[in-house]
Each structure stands twice: as structure tokens, then as C-alpha cells.
Design a protein around this ligand. Structure first.
Ligand SMILES: *Cc1c(COP(=O)(O)O)cnc(C)c1O
Length: 359
């Protein structure tokens, strides 16, 4: 069998362990997962109710244009419906952008470490990831602009950046945009933008009508609590939407995801409670980590990095045995760091207890 060499070179993405997987392996129950930056409150109750009502319609194909959801979101964001593409998670939008606009051997500039899916998707399409190291844990936009070549087709900016939780400033972002040639697509992945507390954070949506091509990615998987439904979107110029619509499958978002997302957008009480829970959880965890004399990186997302000053994969394994799932950062090149997301108060306490015992 003949397989393209760039497919043979792919390393599979290793997702956070599921609770079921962990409990099965270690014979545990009542474990806590703080490894995939999910919403600790669960799904929005309004989304659950809307999904329950929509169950009787699942013999029908979904609305491939996501008409209602697009209309509501466009109103909310102050953009046009025609500037939105929905996907099976925002991950599918990354894939659609790459499949629509990248040619084999084109270069894509991205920060490193950052979200591992960029590299995998680009490599799977025969493109060339150009990884630019962070500077003091922050995406180095200046250096990224310096890496532009005639082959550069796209640039990914993850803001806040996963796994560091850091942001770039509006000022740095605008200086960066000024240097970008008009044919290059700048993709700003804002999966965690709802959690940002720093007012200097740029908002990608503001640049959708600018003279540079800026695509903003957002998701319902984090602040909206719908990771299992798989729905996210990209906001971009209409001409890009038209091209992507030719490439994407007509029914790429399902009936339940569409109604769930629509209801979640209208569940303001749940959204606000989520943000409060995450901010309160982070502040509690920072204080406890301080007391333990460990260092961490303050974050603008719903997760942060802790330096455990020893092999993080060992700490990860030992915490698993205590029923607490975190993410070791070895795959991202930080061998002594774990990433943990803010959970419910009780989950945060269990995490701190387990960490103290393990260290
Ligand atoms: C979680 C996450 C996403 C969301 O992906 P979905 O496919 O929408 O679930 C996107 N980008 C980054 C950096 C993330 O961490």
C-alpha cells in the first residue's frame, strides 16, 4: 500500500483521558477530570431542555445552513450571518480552512508550544508547519511576522494560547497585522476568549472587515459547556465562507448541536455562573499553589500550568491513582509541568489534596 510520507510522519493526537477510561483502568470511582478544559458546571440547563425537545426530530437531516443559529449569533456579535461558518467543533473549521486554502508544500506559521491540532491538520494536508517559539511564555508575534516567506499561506494565533494561558496585547496584534501581506490568512483561535480578564486582549472579530484577511475561531466546547455535542464556528469575510461552503459536508453540524448551541447562547445565567466559577476556581488554585511554594503561570483561560519540579508524567500517573486527571505537558515540551483546569470548589480541593500527597 502506498501512503504519502507526510501521513506516515504524523503523530497521533493524545486526548485527555476520559473519566470512564481512568475508572476502568484503575478500578476507581468518583474521580475528577481537570484535564481537557471542559465546563465544570456541565451543560447549560436550557441547552439540555432544547435538546430534549428536539430529539423527536432526529430522523430529519439538519439545516445545513444553520439559519437560526447564524442569525442569532450574528446579532449577538454585531457581524453578518454570511460571515459565519459552523463546524463539528471549531477543530473542523481549522480543517476546512486548511483543505480549502492550503496547497501542498505551503507554509503555515504557528506558535510553539500551542494547540497540537494545527500541526497535525496541516501536516495531514501536505503543508509545512513553521513553529515559532514563544517568548517568555507569550506568542511571539514579532518573530512570527519575521518568518513570513513567499510560501506562507496562513498564520495561526491562539489567543489565549493553549497550553500557556497567555494572551497577546491589542497593540502587539495590530503591529503584527500591519506587517502581514494581504493574501495571507491570519487565523485567531479564540476558544478561551470568554474567560479573559485582561482588558488589553484583542478581539479577532473586530478585524473581519479590515483590509487583512482575519478569521476568528470560537467554540461552544468551553464556556458554553457543549464539548460533547461538537459545535464551533469561524467568522470571516464572505468570500471565504463561499469557498469553504463548497468544500464542507452539507450536514457537518447535527440537529442536536444546533438547537443546543442556540439555547446555550440565550442562557445568560449559566454563562455568567460559568465565568464566576472558573475565575473563583483559578484564584483559589493560585493561592494554594503559592502556599505550596510551587510556581505557576497566571492564565487568561480556564486552565493554567504548574511547575511540579519533577517528571510531570510521573506526577500525572500518581495523581491518576488518586482519581484526579490532569494533563502532563511532556508532549508540549514542558517536561516538569502539568496543566490543570479550574473545576468546582470540591474538585479544586481534591486536586490540591492529591497534589500535596503525590509531591
Ligand atoms: C478546546 C480548544 C478548541 C475547541 O475545539 P472544538 O473542536 O471546538 O471542541 C479549539 N482550539 C483550542 C486551542 C482549544 O484548546
Amino acid at each position: 500500500m502506498e501512503v504519502p510520507d507526510y501521513i506516515l510522519r504524523l503523530k497521533p493526537y493524545v486526548p485527555g483521558k476520559t473519566i470512564e477510561e481512568l475508572e476502568r483502568t484503575y478500578g476507581l470511582s468518583n474521580s475528577v477530570k481537570l484535564a481537557s478544559n471542559e465546563n465544570p458546571l456541565g451543560p447549560s440547563p436550557k441547552a439540555i431542555e432544547a435538546i430534549r425537545r428536539a430529539l423527536k426530530d432526529i430522523h430529519r437531516y439538519p439545516d445545513g445552513s444553520c439559519h437560526r443559529l447564524k442569525k442569532r449569533l450574528a446579532e449577538m456579535l454585531g457581524i453578518q450571518s454570511k460571515q459565519i461558518v459552523f463546524g463539528n467543533g471549531s477543530n473542523e473549521i481549522i480543517e476546512l480552512l486548511v483543505r480549502t486554502f492550503l496547497r501542498k508544500d505551503d507554509e503555515v506559521i504557528m506558535p510553539a508550544p500551542s494547540f497540537l491540532m494545527y500541526e497535525i491538520i496541516i501536516q495531514a494536508a501536505g503543508g509545512r508547519p513553521v513553529k515559532v517559539p514563544l517568548k517568555n511564555m507569550v506568542v511571539d508575534l514579532k518573530s512570527m511576522a519575521e518568518h513570513i516567506s513567499v510560501k506562507t499561506r496562513m498564520i495561526f494565533v491562539n489567543n489565549p494560547n493553549n497550553p500557556t494561558g497567555t494572551i497577546v496585547s491589542s497593540e502587539a496584534f495590530e503591529e503584527f497585522l500591519d506587517k502581514i501581506p494581504r493574501q495571507i490568512i491570519v487565523v485567531v483561535d479564540e476558544a478561551y476568549i470568554e474567560f479573559v480578564r485582561d482588558r488589553t486582549c484583542p478581539v479577532g472579530l473586530r478585524y473581519v472587515n479590515s483590509d487583512k484577511i482575519v478569521v476568528t475561531l470560537r467554540t461552544f466546547s468551553k464556556a458554553y459547556g457543549l464539548a460533547g455535542l461538537r459545535i464551533g464556528y469561524g467568522v470571516m469575510r464572505e468570500e471565504l465562507v463561499d469557498l469553504i461552503d463548497r468544500v464542507r459536508q452539507p450536514f457537518n453540524t447535527n440537529v442536536l448541536a444546533q438547537v443546543g448551541a442556540l439555547a446555550a447562547l440565550d442562557d445568560d445565567e449559566f454563562f455568567k455562573r460559568t465565568i464566576r466559577t472558573v475565575h473563583g476556581g483559578l484564584d483559589f488554585l493560585y493561592a494554594e499553589i503559592d502556599k505550596m511554594g510551587l510556581s505557576y503561570f497566571p492564565s487568561q483561560a480556564n486552565f493554567f500550568l504548574i511547575d511540579v519540579k519533577q517528571d510531570a508524567s510521573v506526577v500525572f500517573e500518581n495523581m491518576l491513582r488518586k482519581g484526579v486527571i490532569v494533563r502532563p505537558m511532556s508532549a508540549y515540551g514542558y517536561s516538569t509541568y502539568i496543566r490543570v483546569n479550574a473545576g468546582l470548589p470540591e474538585e479544586n480541593r481534591r486536586f490540591i489534596e492529591a497534589l500535596k500527597e503525590v509531591l
